[in-house]
Ligand binder design. Structure first.
Ligand code: G6P
Length: 470
């Protein structure tokens, strides 16, 4: 059973005015949805809007258990503590985290609601896998209610070094919440080490390497499991006739330029969209790229739109794109083709196929699945990936053109190098990255995590039955 802040589908108003469901945004759902659909599990989560408790329902073989949140809880738990406190704190304080006691109270209340509901629907001895920073208290709350369960937790975003984490007034409660799990998974080794060190220093438990020894004899393991994507699914899509046709159409609509550069991100201040567009515009201004035969396509998916820092970011990017196109564009030839919208997988695959250079420049990112999706779609071993060294993906994809997003001149030089690289060089790099993404897909990631969890609690030998939905 998965417990995640979001259900894999959001409740939305459809164009005809009726209510319907649409796939939720972000890396977590992208990664876990295919795994769960093939395992016929249950998924406990929030449908994405404030409102009443809805009944569980089955969507395409997956049992969905909606958790309600009031308007105030959306403000204090989701927009507040999750995305105004934890998100910036865990991403290297790229923006300033805010600490408010009422936000914390709401975080505790909503985490308890998730734990209670999970405790109600999980069958005897079930494996429950809790996801991400919004639900860090759930592991211990759930263990208190249901000691028979096997509990795993995975953090999709970075786990910060002690110097930053210790700013959090509720640091000890968070650590103790996570210690309710048998296995705590992180994207990178460094994050797992940060966690174990903090547990030793702040909670005072004995630790050895990746294991924490609790006073009651239980152990908790903290290990890195770098997440991935449905590699085959993306490659198949990319190879399809309809995606190939769409990719040709996209290039034609852009005026069949010599070079298409591409950025696709949730509109988030961690993604480094601003310095990326600045770097590219300076390359145009310096004469290295010509608007007549090059274009930068930037897709920014709307995200957390009521949170102040996200509103400010949107205005900043709107203004920057307007200024760059105003200063350097020509009639019918923008420097940046900018879209503030989300696209289905098919269109994403076509964009990846249409792009000569994919530019991924976060200041800090747990993994970054867009980088992996691009590589999965480049079955021709062509295309260049420019990637921030501060994305988790850079750990596995060393053959990308790596950049430091804080260093605009360095970023300019590397984008240019990627653009001027010969076929052989691009193919050498792409082949190596493709091997990584093909050998390590999301199914393997989930299996590895669940196998480790099973081995850690061998006393639970009962087969995992489907969840009982009440
Ligand atoms: C990231 C987080 C997810 C989150 C997603 C979308 O991928 O790791 O937990 O669901 O962003 O953000 P949202 O706030 O819209 O759920």
């Amino acid at each position: 059973m998965i417990v995640a802040n979001r259900l894999p589908v959001d409740r939305v108003k459809l164009p005809d005015g009726t209510l319907g469901w649409r796939k939720s945004p972000g890396g977590l759902v992208t990664a876990l949805e295919p795994v769960m659909r093939s395992n016929q599990g249950a998924w406990v989560g929030w449908p994405g809007t404030a409102g009443e408790e809805a009944d569980p329902f089955v969507d395409d073989g997956l049992s969905l258990v909606p958790i309600a949140m009031s308007e105030q809880e959306v403000r204090e738990f989701y927009e507040g503590f999750s995305n105004g406190t934890l998100w910036p704190l865990y991403h290297d304080v790229v923006a300033k985290p805010e600490f408010h006691r009422e936000w914390w109270d709401s975080y505790v209340t909503v985490n308890r609601r998730f734990a209670n509901r999970a405790a109600e629907v999980a069958s005897e001895g079930a494996t429950v896998w809790i996801q991400d920073y919004q639900l860090q208290l759930v592991p211990q709350m759930l263990r208190d209610l249901r000691p028979d369960l096997r509990i795993g937790f995975f953090l999709h975003i970075p786990f910060p070094p002690g110097e930053l984490f210790q700013q959090l007034p509720w640091r000890r409660q968070i650590l103790e919440g996570l210690l309710g799990a048998d296995l705590v998974g992180f994207q990178l080794n460094g994050a797992a080490q940060n966690f174990v060190r903090l547990v030793r220093q702040r909670v005072g438990h004995k630790t050895h390497r990746d294991t924490v020894y609790l006073p009651d004899g239980r152990t908790v393991q903290a290990t890195a499991f770098p997440i991935s994507i449905d590699t085959n699914g993306f490659e198949e899509l990319a190879r399809s006739q309809s995606v190939a046709e769409r990719a040709t159409q996209i290039r034609a609509a852009l005026g069949n330029p010599k070079r298409v550069l591409l950025g696709i991100d949730r509109l988030d201040y961690t993604k480094g969209i601003y310095p990326r567009l600045r770097a590219y515009s300076e390359l145009v201004k310096d004469g290295h790229f010509d608007v007549n035969d090059s274009v930068f396509v930037q897709v920014a998916t709307p995200s957390r739109e009521r949170v102040e820092q996200y509103r400010v970011l949107r205005d900043d990017i709107d203004r920057l794109v307007g200024r760059i196109n105003g200063d350097l564009g020509r009639i019918g030839k923008p420097v940046i083709s900018y879209m503030h919208s989300s696209f289905p997988r098919h269109e994403m695959a076509a964009l990846y196929r249409a792009a000569d250079i994919m530019v991924v420049t976060p200041f800090r990112d747990g993994m970054n699945l867009v980088a992996k999706e691009y590589v999965a779609c480049r079955f021709d071993n062509d295309g260049a990936l420019v990637l921030s060294e501060f994305a988790g993906a850079a750990n596995e994809m060393r053959q990308a053109w790596l950049i430091n997003p804080y260093d605009i001149n360095g970023m300019k030089a590397t984008i240019l190098e990627a653009a001027q690289s010969d076929d052989k060089e691009r193919s050498r790099r792409m082949k190596a990255m493709r091997k990584t993404v093909i050998d390590n897909d999301v199914a393997k990631w989930a299996n590895k995590f669940l196998e480790s969890l099973t081995q850690l609690r061998p006393n639970h030998t009962k087969p995992v039955r489907p969840a009982r939905l009440s």
